[in-house]
Design a protein around this ligand. Structure first.
Ligand code: UD1
Ligand code: CA
Length: 490
């Protein structure tokens, strides 16, 4: 049930300390943009709407927000005059749309990737229960430097938030900080915003001045310290981005271990926020499970494997592999040293072995491409075995073509399939065959010509070399070779 709740997410600032052409809130943590994490948390509160304040690079940021929350309202803040100004822009854009905020307004920032829906929902509940005009999600931290401090009187009542730059030495000793997440009674907020000035150290309109205003009006103000303060920690530079990434990963890995996944080395295992793992999956060291990857029961992944947007079947084994947008069937084995490019499908009990690259191909149930091959734009039927060192030549220099190999075929080593070409069910090819023409079911195709053997060639053409000497020594030991019927006259 949506409540009468509006969540405003601030994302207009430039994030200059990131030193990046990508806007800060679009940088990823756990495979999801930072603002994506905040929007997820916002959605969990079941708000009537989400308003994002955008400014810098508003086209990219706005488009990204709409890709995640299609009905999010975008409010454009042309100039970043402070958090109070940003929220005013958001509130006024709702008024302009003839849908002014009523009930409760929550303000969050777009750069706190660890924030969870549970925490934000709990905070909204606490705010409503306290019947405060404004509530602060606060936190007690070891190092409060740079953050707004929550000032309380001797009775513990919240009086104000003072920003670092405006604080006295004594106020800077306070370790209870403003997380930047605030909840307001909408009517109070609309009334307070125009009363916020910018006569302060930064010359900005501070949203946090609303706390002092509420107190002055004799209204209730409350602050709710969050135990897990990391959830409200913002990211300002790349070092913090990496720390938050590691922290998010630690949390994700812990959660999967609690849910029955064996992780041999949590420190070298990276799992994105959207990955889904089943019970009794085993992850070996050096593994990255990225994007929308899904792994089914009893699969063993790693060591040293990266899977992005992949689907791995029950009991599959994926060793030292790099795969993207690939589907690996149940009980299939892949690797070591395999490279599965987008749209690769390996059937149940199929095999893709060492130094094999696949792309846009279907390898049927029980089919095997065991060694040193490239398989692109191909369909390989059930139970077929592809010989070592096979190249599917899918590209004629202009266009890509498909190769179709039927069921239970046996192809020789070092074959080249020149697409488009079709090999029938149960067909075979000899070693070194260049398959340019279709092979009917059950036929054997051989294209390598008969071998020519030219006796005494090394002595005649490479006299005085190690090659010629080795040949002469071998002949001296075993006598000259008796020419057979296939040998060429020398
Ligand atoms: C703010 C709080 C501070 C709190 C801290 C937590 C104020 C005045 N101070 O300080 O009490 O401890 O967050 O991180 O609110 N933004 C806009 N438009 C603007 C200004 C800011 O969209 O005009 C956005 C920024 O992109 C950023 C967020 O609001 O995501 C916070 O703004 P910032 O200037 O970083 O505030 P802080 O100094 O961190
Ligand atoms: Ca900040």
């Amino acid at each position: 049930m949506p409540q009468d709740l509006t969540v405003i997410v601030l994302a207009a600032g430039g994030g200059t300390r990131m030193k990046s052409k990508t806007m800060k809130v679009l940088h990823q943590v756990g495979g999801r943009s930072m603002i994506g994490h905040v929007l997820r948390a916002a959605q969990a509160t079941e708000p009537r709407r989400i308003v994002a304040v955008v400014g810098h690079q508003r086209e990219q940021v706005g488009a990204h927000i709409h890709s995640l929350v299609a009905d999010a309202v975008l409010a454009v803040q042309e100039e970043q005059l402070g958090t109070g100004h940003a929220v005013r822009v958001a509130m006024e854009s709702l008024v302009a749309d003839e849908a002014p905020a009523t009930g409760t307004v929550v303000v969050a920032t777009g750069d706190t990737p660890l924030l969870t829906g549970e925490s934000l929902t709990a905070f909204v509940a606490e705010h409503l229960a306290s019947q405060a005009a404004v509530s602060i999600l606060s936190g007690v931290v070891d190092d409060p430097f740079g953050l707004g401090r929550v000032l309380r009187n001797d009775e513990g009542d919240v009086l104000a938030i003072v920003e670092e730059k405006d604080a006295t030495a004594e106020q800077r000793e306070v370790h209870e900080i403003n997380s930047g997440i605030l909840a307001f009674d909408a009517a109070f907020l609309a009334d307070a915003l125009p009363r916020i000035g910018n006569d302060n150290a930064k010359g900005e309109y501070y949203l946090t001045d609303a706390i002092g205003i509420a107190r002055g009006d004799g209204l209730t103000v409350s602050a709710h310290p969050i135990d897990d303060v990391k959830q409200t920690e913002g990211v300002n530079d790349r070092a913090q981005l990496a720390r938050m990434g590691a922290e998010m990963n630690r949390r994700i890995v812990e959660r999967w271990m609690r849910d029955g996944v064996t992780v041999m080395d949590p420190a070298t295992t990276w799992i994105d926020a959207d990955v889904v793992l089943a019970e009794d999956v085993t992850i070996l060291p050096g593994t990255q499970l990225l994007g929308s990857t899904v792994v089914a029961e009893d699969a063993v992944i790693g060591p040293d494997t990266t899977l992005q947007h992949c689907e791995i079947g029950v009991g599959a084994r994926v060793v030292r592999t790099h795969a993207e947008l690939a589907v690996i069937g149940s009980e299939a084995t892949v690797g070591p040293f395999s490279y599965l490019r987008p749209n690769s499908q390996v059937g149940a009990r199929g095999k893709v072995g060492a130094f094999v690259e696949t792309k846009n191909s279907v390898i049927g149930d029980g089919a095997k491409v065991p060694h040193l091959s490239y398989v692109g734009d191909a369909d390989i039927g059930e139970g077929t075995n592809i010989g070592a060192g096979t190249i599917v030549a899918n590209y004629d220099g202009v266009a890509k073509h498909r190769t179709v190999i039927g069921r239970h075929a046996r192809t020789g080593s070092n074959n080249t399939f020149v697409a488009p070409v079709t090999v029938g069910d149960g067909a075979g090819t000899g070693g070194g065959t260049v398959v340019r023409d279709d092979v009917p079911p059950g036929a054997l195709a051989v294209s390598a010509g008969p071998q020519r053997t030219i006796e005494g060639w090394a002595e005649r053409r490479r006299p005085g070399t190690d090659q010629a000497r080795a040949a002469a020594e071998a002949v001296a030991q075993s006598g000259p070779h008796e020419p057979g019927p296939d040998d060429q006259p020398s």
